[in-house]
Structure formats: structure tokens, C-alpha cells
Design a protein around this ligand. Structure first.
Ligand SMILES: *[C@@H]1O[C@H](CO)[C@@H](O)[C@H](O)[C@H]1NC(C)=O
Ligand SMILES: *[C@@H]1O[C@H](CO)[C@@H](O)[C@H](O)[C@H]1NC(C)=O
Ligand SMILES: *[C@@H]1O[C@H](CO)[C@@H](O)[C@H](O)[C@H]1NC(C)=O
Ligand SMILES: *[C@@H]1O[C@H](CO)[C@@H](O)[C@H](O)[C@H]1NC(C)=O
Ligand SMILES: *[C@@H]1O[C@H](CO)[C@@H](O)[C@H](O)[C@H]1NC(C)=O
Ligand SMILES: *[C@@H]1O[C@H](CO)[C@@H](O)[C@H](O)[C@H]1NC(C)=O
Length: 331
């Protein structure tokens, strides 16, 4: 009896922990979007630069997990053979997604753009860049714009356009002036039209190393490229070296993690705690216990969260894993 229960218990713990972790950290392959590969910066078999670049990219990949989703470093000395590298993951993706994206980008960037002294590659989830000089802080070059094929209907265009640029300009200011480590903002606004009211969702973010003013100017410049490239489109993005904006008619970002790193860690801990509590009930309850009988209200979860706080002895032994999960959120 004891062994049977113990077996059941362990099984449920692993299964539910797996669900809890997989549910949050699950990642598809990163989605490639655009690449900047200039034709006037090629080098011919420059061993020095090539070596610096290889070490640089490896270093960026190996530092993702210790970063908060952004990192920069440089390899080498001298003016032309130094390689400066930058990585930025979208402010709402998990650290696992961030790691996947940067790992992929680091391999792809030199395949997509071989033998160059600078390049940028943009994915849905992250961006990675290197250069042997510097990228101008607020310039729209280098940059890329992308838009969806679908158009906003002519009758909705005025309302949509006004709403969109109101939202984007607001997010640019918000991202530039956030008090959090990340210069990242998302939001949505409804627009009226002949069709039922719809909502436009948008995102603005900068490399956190930028000053507030540089960030805001970069974002405003990015936004200013949208009318000519993408006017009237249902979705578009402007991708620059230090900042980017995106909008869609669907929610393309996670809201759970956008406001603070703490929130995300807490939600992960809560999920894990729920998993553990469910498992414990399965252990002590009747063998015939069904999932339907396991209904948890918010109160129960809150109580459980306190019960399972790290200070509590219950975190020992088999539960050790619960507290080993990194709580540093990519944000
Ligand atoms: C490459 O050309 C672009 C303009 O086409 C220019 O802005 C940039 O400075 C050039 N890069 C180098 C390294 O000369
Ligand atoms: C190649 O490397 C040398 C240093 O070994 C440097 O002086 C030169 O400018 C580099 N060329 C390019 C195109 O990076
Ligand atoms: C890049 O340089 C290597 C030598 O370092 C050469 O073998 C290769 O053909 C070059 N590739 C391109 C696309 O120029
Ligand atoms: C980044 O990774 C390299 C190894 O590639 C390591 O030597 C370095 O200490 C790391 N930097 C930080 C800040 O962790
Ligand atoms: C959107 O409008 C453009 C002209 O502005 C047209 O060429 C294109 O085919 C339209 N796209 C769709 C999906 O209807
Ligand atoms: C939408 O608004 C922007 C900024 O206010 C403007 O530049 C653009 O021309 C407008 N586009 C359309 C299609 O009305």
C-alpha cells in the first residue's frame, strides 16, 4: 500500500511538474523574419576577424541563460577587427525560448551572411547582431520593414490609422521611460469601423542599453517608416538595430510576463505549487479520486503558495527540484 501510493505520488509529481514547466516554457522553433547583410562590408579570409566573430557568437550563446534576455559583448582589439555583438529577446518570452532563439540565430547569422563584418538577424522571438564598428543609435538604417498581405478595408482605414498611431506613439514613450530593466511595452486599442469593433495590438521595444531619449527617438523613427512601407496593412513591423515595433489585429505577445519579471516567476511557482498540491491530494486521497474532484479556488492556491514558500521545510527532499527551477524571468 505504501509503495503503491508512493509510486503513484512520484508519477503524478513528475507528470504534473512536466505539464507545469512545459506549459510555460514550451517553445517551437524560432520564426525567422529578416536579415541585414550589407554588400560593402565583405572581408577576404580575415582570420583575425573570423576568429573574433566565432568567439563572440559562442560567448553570446553561452551568456543567454545568465542574462535577462539582453546582452552585449565584444571580442578582439583594434579598430577594424573587433567584433561587437548584441542579443535581445522579446520582452515577454521565456528564458528557454530566448535561449533557443539565440542559439539558432548565432548559427544562422553567418550562414545567411557569410564573410561580412556586420549583420543583423531578426526572429519573432529575438534578434542578434554583430559589427566591427557601431550601429547609429536612432537611425532607420540598418533596418527592415515587414507587413502582412491583408489590407484594412477602406471604410475602416481612417479609424484604424488614427488608433494605430496613437497606440504606437504611446507605447514608444512607455517603452522608453519604463522603470523596469527592460525597455519594452505592449498594449491594445479598439478601433471603430463599418465592421464590428476590432482591436489592434502593438509592441515597442529597445535594447535596454539605450538611453531613454535614444530609445524614444529610435522608436519614433521606426514608427515613421510604417506609413510608406505598410500603410493600410493589417499587420506590420519595423525592425531596426536598436529598437523595433510591431502591430497586428491579433494578440501576438504574452501578457502574463510583460509587466515585471516577478510576476512571471510567481506564476510559474504557483503552477508548480498547484501541481505539487494536486499530487499530494492524489497521494493522500482515495485511489478513485478523479480530476473533477480536484477543484482549486484562488484561495486554495494562495494558501498553498504560502504553505510552500521556500522558507518552509516542506521544500526538502523529493521536492528539491521545485526550488531549483530558475526564477529569473526573461523580461
Ligand atoms: C555601406 O554602405 C552604406 C550605404 O549604402 C553606408 O551607410 C555604410 O556606411 C557603408 N559601410 C561601410 C563600412 O562603408
Ligand atoms: C583584417 O584583420 C586585420 C588585422 O589582422 C585588420 O587590420 C583588417 O582591417 C581586417 N580587415 C577587415 C576587412 O576586417
Ligand atoms: C568566405 O571566406 C572563405 C575563406 O575564409 C571562402 O572559402 C568562402 O568562399 C567565402 N564565402 C563567400 C560567400 O564569399
Ligand atoms: C559569457 O560567456 C563566456 C564564455 O563563452 C564566459 O567566459 C563569460 O564569463 C560569460 N560572461 C558572463 C557575464 O557571464
Ligand atoms: C491590398 O491592397 C493592395 C493595393 O493597395 C493590393 O495590391 C493587394 O492585392 C491587396 N491585398 C489583398 C490581400 O487583398
Ligand atoms: C496614417 O497616419 C499616419 C500618421 O498619422 C500618416 O502618416 C499616414 O499617412 C496615414 N495613412 C493613411 C492611409 O491614412
Amino acid at each position: 500500500m505504501f509503495w503503491r501510493n508512493r509510486f503513484l505520488f512520484n508519477n503524478h509529481v513528475s507528470f504534473l511538474l512536466f505539464l507545469a514547466l512545459f506549459g510555460i516554457g514550451s517553445t517551437g522553433a524560432p520564426i525567422y523574419k529578416a536579415n541585414y547583410c550589407p554588400n560593402n562590408v565583405s572581408y577576404q579570409s580575415n582570420v583575425t576577424f573570423e576568429t573574433n566573430l566565432r568567439v563572440l557568437l559562442a560567448s553570446l550563446v553561452s551568456n543567454v541563460s545568465q542574462s535577462d534576455g539582453y546582452y552585449n559583448t565584444a571580442m578582439g582589439m583594434g579598430t577594424t577587427s573587433v567584433a561587437n555583438g548584441y542579443l535581445l529577446c522579446r520582452g515577454d518570452v521565456s528564458s528557454a525560448t530566448c535561449q533557443d532563439c539565440i542559439t539558432t540565430a548565432a548559427t544562422e547569422i553567418t550562414r545567411l551572411c557569410p564573410n561580412k563584418t556586420e549583420s543583423i538577424t531578426w526572429y519573432d522571438e529575438c534578434m542578434l547582431s554583430f559589427t566591427n564598428r557601431y550601429f547609429a543609435p536612432t537611425s532607420i538604417r540598418p533596418g527592415a520593414t515587414l507587413s502582412s498581405d491583408s489590407n484594412i478595408s477602406a471604410s475602416d482605414l481612417d479609424s484604424f490609422n488614427q488608433t494605430l498611431f496613437t497606440l504606437l506613439n504611446h507605447l514608444a514613450e512607455e517603452a522608453a521611460n519604463t522603470l523596469t530593466a527592460r525597455k519594452f511595452a505592449t498594449g491594445n486599442l479598439e478601433f471603430a469601423g463599418s465592421s464590428p469593433e476590432r482591436t489592434v495590438y502593438a509592441l515597442a521595444e529597445c535594447m535596454p542599453s539605450r538611453t531613454n531619449r535614444q530609445c524614444e527617438e529610435c522608436l519614433k523613427n521606426a514608427i515613421s517608416t510604417l506609413p510608406s512601407c505598410c500603410g493600410g496593412k493589417q499587420g506590420a513591423r519595423a525592425l531596426l538595430a536598436w529598437c523595433n515595433v510591431r502591430y497586428e489585429l491579433f494578440q501576438f505577445y504574452n501578457t502574463r510576463a510583460t509587466s515585471s519579471g516577478k510576476k512571471k516567476s510567481v506564476s510559474r511557482v504557483v503552477l508548480i505549487v498547484v501541481a505539487v498540491v494536486v499530487s499530494i491530494i492524489l497521494l493522500f486521497g482515495e485511489e478513485s479520486a478523479t480530476l473533477e474532484s480536484l477543484q482549486f479556488g484562488l484561495v486554495a492556491i494562495e494558501a498553498a503558495t504560502k504553505k510552500f514558500s521556500p522558507e518552509n521545510k516542506i521544500g526538502e527532499g523529493g521536492f528539491g527540484v521545485v526550488y531549483k527551477i530558475p526564477t529569473r524571468a526573461v523580461n
